[in-house]
Design a protein around this ligand. Structure first.
Ligand code: 9WO
Length: 248
């Protein structure tokens, strides 16, 4: 899979993407990655990518043509079959694990990061298949959201995570919140690591971790359980968690 980001801050996106999981994946060729600066396609001598909004109001709006030329060059460079162009904005549909899973089968994902007050609406209508949002808040641009998407999808692609990490990712993607994690020292500020984690019984440890994931999800994000059909074992573990919580 290949990711292309259209942004007037290519260094910001490159510097971040070239670190960690995504950096390793790019270097080993597990994913493709390019950035495209609309300023490189602005034909005037000032490399203008924005202009004043029709109808007045504060700030500037990003112009259609430099954005379109950047997207067209990203498409031409990849010559991919299954391509999607997505605009990152607070007006978009929520970015969820399901959306990342579904998008991981694309050949190319072109992520358009806006700045200023936004981009010409006609570009969104003509060139963007979807709008995606990190949440109901406004930040300074779409780049951070683009990086979240790239990281989240990359982790799902073959060869990106090591076997162990990949297995954990799978378990974590079962729609539950993660279990607690501990490391040395065994006791810190009079708080000890749960005994089960010290015993070395892998079956008991896995059962404890699942119980904690179920319990935490019930406590912090009960909405995630509304649509989830728990197995008999999971329901039993959750009941145990609730009882232990009540009588601790
Ligand atoms: C500015 C603004 C001001 C008042 C009320 C609503 C508003 N929306 C915006 C806005 O969308 N500004 C954008 C800044 C223009 C395009 C890039 N910017 C952006 C993207 N801000 N926040 C995002 C974003 C992207 C993905 N997920 C969450 C937020």
């Amino acid at each position: 899979m290949r990711f292309d980001v259209v942004t007037i801050f290519p260094e910001m996106v490159l510097d971040c993407a070239m670190n960690g999981v995504t950096g390793r994946a790019i270097k080993q060729g597990s994913i493709g990655f390019s950035v495209w600066n609309p300023r490189d396609y602005a034909v005037d001598k000032h490399k203008t990518v924005d202009d004043r909004p029709y109808g007045g109001g504060p700030g500037m709006v990003m112009k259609y043509k430099p954005l379109k030329d950047a997207v067209d060059n990203a498409k031409k460079d990849a010559r991919a079959e299954r391509v999607k162009v997505v605009y990152l904005s607070p007006q978009g549909k929520p970015i969820t694990q399901q959306l990342l899973n579904d998008s991981s089968t694309l050949d190319q994902l072109i992520l358009v990061a806006g700045r200023y007050e936004g981009i010409d609406e006609r570009f969104i209508q003509d060139e963007c298949q979807e709008e995606w949002s990190l949440g109901d808040f406004v930040i300074s641009g779409g780049e951070l959201a683009a990086l979240v998407v790239i990281d989240g999808i990359s982790r799902l692609l073959p060869g990106v995570l090591g076997d162990e990490e990949s297995a954990r990712q799978d378990s974590h993607m079962n729609g539950l919140l993660d279990c607690p994690h501990y490391t040395r020292p065994e006791v810190f500020k009079d708080k000890a690591v749960p005994n089960v984690l010290l015993g070395g019984n892998h079956k008991d440890i896995a059962k404890w971790r699942l119980k904690q994931s179920l319990g935490r999800t019930w406590q912090k994000r009960p909405d995630l359980l509304f649509d989830k059909e728990l197995t008999a074992e999971q329901q039993s573990l959750l009941n145990e968690f609730k009882i232990e919580l009540k009588y601790k």
